[in-house]
Design a protein around this ligand. Structure first.
Ligand SMILES: NC(=O)c1ccc[n+]([C@@H]2O[C@H](COP(=O)([O-])OP(=O)(O)OC[C@H]3O[C@@H](n4cnc5c(N)ncnc54)[C@H](OP(=O)(O)O)[C@@H]3O)[C@@H](O)[C@H]2O)c1
Length: 266
């Protein structure tokens, strides 16, 4: 049987198990999970009674043809080196690790390798998983992995050189936008007139409504600013400050993230 194995039951591993099983793309008897600690393995068994759990990574690798590495980047190569000796190269490794290239994994594993970058918002069935297949991935395996991730949101195939920038937008993006929403609510609350919790609730709702509006109308963000920021109006006063100050701050933010991306896992 073509089992899907997931090594790691942290934020991403548990989200994938929940998503694959609750969407119905995989049945409970098609998934095998392991994690470093007994606590995490027990938590998975309790959340999904009947799911396959193995005590070791090598046991999982022996049983599964598709193996998702949902451990941290700095743990990924160590786990791979542990399981490679028990694999025959017919397996398909799917690595979630930021900063670890296809060539690095293909250098020690002779089979098919895909890099996948999910996003925390997949837990709500939203957002985009980036998928980058290595040269040894056949059409059928590519479609199978894309189908798995399509069950938890959108899927966007990307070239490996596009991954750092795309990761900032799709995978780091929720964290960045959440920080912006927090600042927007915080600044209006600090200015007075609205309790912080009510300011935050309004800001979250406005962010959700704005992205829905952009998606449904097809307008660009620039179009929308133009519609709301009428000359001499309140929005225009705020947009002017943002347009002066944000480009520099955002260029600095992206540069810091790209520098860190290159260092993660090393
Ligand atoms: N968090 C995000 O938003 C996000 C988004 C996209 C991609 N990613 C990528 O997803 C991967 C996992 O991130 P995460 O946030 O899920 O990390 P995490 O919450 O720290 O979970 C890591 C998991 O790996 C397990 N683990 C560690 N060493 C292991 C070993 N030697 N053998 C077996 N299992 C081991 C841990 O076991 P224990 O539970 O027993 O400690 C834990 O379950 C990373 O490569 C990250 O770059 C994360």
């Amino acid at each position: 049987m073509d089992y899907v194995g997931i090594i790691g039951y942290g934020h991403m591993g548990s989200m994938l198990v929940d998503g694959f099983l609750s969407s119905g793309v995989l049945g409970i008897d098609e998934v095998v999970v392991t994690a470093r600690s007994r606590e995490s393995r027990d938590a998975c068994a309790a959340a999904w009674p009947g799911i396959g759990i193995t005590g070791t990574n090598t046991d999982l690798a022996r049983r599964c043809r598709t193996i998702v590495l949902a451990v941290r980047p700095q743990e990924t190569m160590e786990v791979l080196r542990e399981i490679v000796p028990v694999m025959d190269g017919g397996e398909h490794i799917v690595s979630l690790a930021a900063g670890i290239g296809l060539a690095e994994i293909e250098g020690i594993f002779s089979g098919a390798v895909t890099r996948a970058v999910p996003t925390i918002t997949s837990a709500a069935g939203q957002g985009t998983t980036l998928i980058c297949h290595g040269g040894r991935v056949g059409k059928q395996d590519a479609l199978r992995v894309e189908g798995l991730f399509a069950s938890i949101g959108n899927v966007m195939p990307v070239r490996e050189e596009e991954l750092p920038a795309a990761t900032i937008l799709s995978s780091c993006g929720p964290g960045l936008l959440a920080a912006i929403i927090e600042e927007l609510a915080g600044a209006t609350a600090r200015a007075g007139g609205l309790a912080p919790d009510r300011a935050l609730a309004l800001a979250v709702e406005t962010a959700a409504a704005t992205t829905t509006y952009l998606r449904e109308t097809g307008e660009t963000p620039g179009d929308l600013v133009g519609r709301v920021a009428t000359t001499g109006g309140v929005t225009e006063a705020g947009a002017r400050v943002l347009r002066e100050q944000l480009p520099g701050a955002f260029d600095e933010m992206v540069a810091a993230m790209l520098e860190r991306y290159g260092a993660v896992g090393k």
